[in-house]
Ligand binder design. Structure first.
Ligand SMILES: [Zn+2]
Length: 96
């Protein structure tokens, strides 16, 4: 199954390839506004409710991690390493 098949776009990346080492990834499309969240095989063992809310935020807004971080001015010291746990931590701390 590809990202295009779940979002109604021409995307041809398989969900497995897109997910890679991520624990979860939300696909969204514009202007269809179709979203789908794919979860890795360790997601249910390791994810917190905040991670689920993180993915729901992607699904609701259609925004990338970068757009969420910029919009809410979320401190993310390790974003340059691809670490986006700052969003989940920010949610857990009450979105200060
Ligand atoms: Zn994210």
């Amino acid at each position: 199954m590809t990202n295009g098949e779940v979002t109604g776009t021409a995307g041809s990346t398989t969900l497995k390839a897109a997910l890679g080492d991520y624990n979860a990834l939300t696909f969204s499309s514009y202007p269809n506004s179709l979203t789908a969240t794919a979860v890795g095989n360790t997601f249910l063992n390791t994810a917190t409710g905040w991670d689920v809310l993180h993915e729901a935020l992607h699904a609701y807004t259609g925004w990338t991690d970068g757009q969420i971080i910029k919009t809410f001015n979320i401190p993310c010291p390790n974003c340059y390493l691809g670490d986006t746990t700052a969003i989940s931590t920010w949610l857990q701390n009450g979105c200060p």
